[in-house]
Design a protein around this ligand. Structure first.
Ligand SMILES: Cc1cc2nc3c(=O)[nH]c(=O)nc-3n(C[C@H](O)[C@H](O)[C@H](O)COP(=O)(O)OP(=O)(O)OC[C@H]3O[C@@H](n4cnc5c(N)ncnc54)[C@H](O)[C@@H]3O)c2cc1C
Length: 322
């Protein structure tokens, strides 16, 4: 390429687009720009004692002064040149229309890059989101840090009897036995974390890092760079902010939400309105509402499936249809 050919390899990179080849036209911004991250190298939210979610870059990083990165979505939707925005109200209306009608590709035009540290059991759930680009800390090349996830006694949860995947109720609230059981769980994690000196000793005796790490528990921390477009981040947030998601990954999703929201506030408002806090009704549920409104039903679901009926009861509660 002419651009690299014209700069001797020994010359340092200046960050300046210099010199452009005769085929490249450099078009300046039409208006003064602002950094969506306010000039910060990273914006960080701590999660627990050792975890964090840090925003390290965004695309677009620069937006016309007075605008947000929402402008890039509108620009893509209109396939427009330059600023591509119209009046603020029209842009907002378009964004909300795109969100309502799941016209998703314009939201892929905005990207975020994060650096995160999380326990391995959270990372295992996180990595299932395949549309991100991930580069993880290597326990083959580097020594795993002496950091382990550890809840307080009050945070230890009882297995739910209705939801097989989770539990929200603190076990310590079940009297003295509950407190003892919660303490027993924390001690069990402490014993697992107590394997760390043995890990270090085995490294010292020459065992390879790739093998020595295998005995460490899922409460050990890992780190990665995680880059994803906004459309897929919204999908991630929808799944992982949901009460059905495990609390520990939800805390990370909340941190991510807090970092993204000020950069694309109009999109996030639409996301909350139409997806996060909206309610999807199945055909059977619509029939139940209709019957209730007609007065020829009590609003219960015509289904033999208990889980489906339970889910409808929760939605009815939210709709105030009791
Ligand atoms: C509450 C909860 C409980 C869960 N429980 C379990 C469990 O018990 N066991 C388990 O294994 N997993 C479980 N998962 C993980 C879940 O099944 C998904 O793997 C995870 O949520 C990622 O969702 P996704 O595939 O939609 O996201 P992404 O991988 O980010 O993909 C986004 C979208 O891209 C498309 N896509 C991506 N890759 C492909 C592909 N290869 N082919 C076709 N379309 C693709 C799909 O439309 C997909 O929805 C659970 C998730 C949640 C939220």
């Amino acid at each position: 390429m002419t651009t690299t050919e014209s700069r001797p390899a020994s010359e340092p990179m200046t960050g300046k687009f210099d010199p452009p080849s005769p085929n490249v036209t450099s078009v300046p911004f039409e208006a003064p720009t602002a950094d969506v991250m306010g000039g910060a190298a990273r914006l960080e939210v701590r999660v627990g004692e050792h975890g964090f979610v840090a925003l390290v870059d965004a695309m677009p990083r620069l937006v016309p002064e007075g605008q947000t990165a929402d402008a890039a979505i509108v620009q893509a939707a209109r396939v427009s040149y330059g600023q591509g925005t119209k009046r603020v109200n029209e842009d907002r209306g378009l964004l909300r229309y795109l969100m309502r009608h799941r016209h998703t590709t314009p939201f892929e035009m905005v990207e975020f890059k994060f650096h995160m540290a999380m326990p391995i059991f959270v990372a295992r759930q996180w990595i299932r989101h395949r549309t991100a680009n991930v580069n993880e800390y290597s326990g083959r090349y580097s020594i795993i840090p002496d950091q382990f996830w550890r809840p307080t006694v009050e945070d230890v949860r009882r297995q739910s009897s209705t939801n097989r995947q989770g539990g929200e109720e603190p076990i310590a609230e079940q009297g003295i036995e509950g407190v003892q059981t919660a303490q027993q769980f924390v001690d069990y994690l402490d014993r697992a974390a107590g394997l760390y000196p043995e890990y270090e000793a085995l490294l010292g005796q020459g065992v390879s890092r790739e093998l020595a790490r295998v005995g460490l528990p899922l409460s050990a921390y890992t780190q990665w760079y995680w880059k994803c477009d906004l459309h897929n981040i919204l999908h991630f947030l929808e799944l992982r902010l949901d009460p059905h998601a495990q609390r520990e990954i939800r805390e990370y999703a909340e941190a991510m939400y807090a970092l993204v929201e000020p950069i694309v506030p109009v999109t996030m408002e639409a996301f909350r309105d139409y997806r996060l806090e909206g309610l999807n009704l199945t055909r059977l549920e619509v029939d139940a509402v209709r019957a209730k409104l007609r007065g020829d039903g009590d609003g219960s679901l015509d289904s033999k499936n208990k889980r489906e009926r339970d889910e409808w009861e929760q939605k009815r509660g939210r709709l105030g249809l009791d």
